[in-house]
Structures are given as C-alpha cells and as structure tokens.
Design a protein around this ligand. Sequence first.
Ligand code: ZN
Length: 98
Amino acid sequence: MDLGEFQQLIEKMYSHKDRQRGAAGTFVWLVEEVGELAAAIGQGADDARKREEFADVLAWLATLANVEGVDLSEAVEAKYGRGCPGCGKMVCQCDAKP
Ligand SMILES: [Zn+2]
C-alpha cells in the first residue's frame, strides 16, 4: 500500500467521524499518538508495539490531512521528490533540515 492509497483508506474508514471532530480535535489526537510513539521508543518497547505506534501516527497524520484537504502524496512529492529542499541533492549535503 502506498501513501496515497493509505490516505484514501483512512478517508473511507473514518471521514464521517473526522469531519465532525474537525482539525483542532484531530490535531490533539495526532499529538497524543506522537506521545505514545515517544513512550514506546523511550521505554524500549518491542518491535510489534513500535510498529503499531508508527502506524497510528501516520493514520492520524493522514486523518488531519484529509480534514484539511491536503493530498499527502502530492505534498511529499512536491517537497522531497526532486531531492533535499535545502540543497537539491538526492543525498543531502547541506545542514538544513526542512
Ligand atoms: Zn540538503
């Protein structure tokens, strides 16, 4: 499954709830999931738990993008598809972190 397919899957599964919650409420959920990922890494959780937490963060990021009408795949392609946004190289050679 690629990023675009995943975002569409999340749209199909949850958009009826996501639209009601809105961007602000969805952002809170995203940050909560980022916190759970941080805890999993910080606690040295096993790979299965870390995979779940990464999946949750990406799902909530996709949800927020859906609520805001942003196509994640297009956004990523536009910003990173032709190399580092700082130096333009496919293997970054600058100190910039976009
Ligand atoms: Zn660079």
